[in-house]
Design a protein around this ligand. Sequence first.
Ligand SMILES: *[C@@H]1O[C@H](CO)[C@@H](O)[C@H](O)[C@H]1NC(C)=O
Length: 443
Amino acid sequence: MRSLWLGFGLALSVVLLSAPLQVSAGPNLICYYDSRGFLRQGLAQFTLPDLELALQFCTHVIYGYAGIHPETFEMQSINRPLDYDNRHFAQITQFKDKYPYVKFLLSVGGDRDTEFEEKYVKLLESGVQGQRRFIESARDLVRRFNFDGLDLAFELPRNKPRKVHSDVGMAWKSFKKFFTGDFVVDTNADTHKTQMTELVSQLSNSLKANDLLLSLTVLPNVNSSWYYDAPAIATKVDFINLGTFDFLTPARNPEEADYTAPLYEINSDNRLPHYSVNFQMEHWLLQRVPANKLNIGIATYGRAWKLTLDSDHVDKPVVTNTNGEAQAGPQTKTPGMLNWAEICKLLPNPSNVNGKGGDAPIKRVSDSTKRLGSFAYRVADSDGAHGLWVSYDDPETAGSKAQYARAKNLGGVALFDLTLDDFRGQCTGDRFPMLRAIKYRLL
Ligand SMILES: *[C@@H]1O[C@H](CO)[C@@H](O)[C@H](O)[C@H]1NC(C)=O
């Protein structure tokens, strides 16, 4: 009798031990959850039941974002009323009980920690003591709120955007080739790279000793060649998410609009080759980083520029003479950005066919090659108003990126983020169409 129970117990523990392995062997779908979505109002307000619905598709949820203290470098909440007083950290990780196969990580940085941005470089430079304070506080914060691990989304200096005009107003074409966006933005990048490796290595030791995960997120336009010693970092982290979108944005590139997240490089019009998903992925793969540690970043929102009467090439980018960020969308209320639900409502449909001015539909230009992404636009009225040009991934192009991840045996896809997907199903009735399209193509 006793041996029978023993046998049963053994069998059970084999099942329990092997179950998580089976799940993690499939492709990853890393779902960022930016808590700003929880604080939006109206149709854009993302609630806990919305998150719960998404959990069946996600292998990991990354909570965005925590920050660091500018002097002590300790990791801390950047929104105490929400994270602590309203127990939002705990509200998120409580889903672990019901969804034991989903891993929950807490992310630090992510462009949300805006007070004194240089502090991430200062942290790298802070030596053993500063780094240790960061590591210990990070480990404690993650454990205290029952997260499964930490995600590093450090805010490091960005590539300089290409300048279109010189100050003296010379013709942009003759100047363009000199402004390739590759100015040196950090003369100490080599030192910072070494310090980063050291930090990640110590951090990894500390987290591993506590059975916690560590992932790295490379933010858009942070140059991987400068800050990450790919082979050294890769052995220390569980996975790496590449922010392969926002290569151009209306804030960084107010005077020209283009595909913001092309899958493949476009070798025309003097474009920068590293502004593509494939180039960024190859950068890591060529350094023999195991493909299964790398996840492609896909944005659930588009970037929207204002067109002017002088804008040219609107149906064949690069679009010239744009005028910065388009007006905010009615739901997300953020200039220069529209989420998929907002874009979908602007595309031609029965309710806007006869619309005028700002209510007129936008013209969609789909990408039959599936290499570049979609865009849509509305030319400016004769008085110069209501011009709009938006580049975006829709469920279809997001699906082809997922397929690319599959074909290259990558780890999977990282979605930025759940709260900007069409979680109410306003477009076609399907809730989370981007998430679903990606999941479907990853299977
Ligand atoms: C980093 O910037 C350099 C130019 O300074 C560029 O040649 C390189 O491709 C960039 N690396 C990545 C991974 O984008």
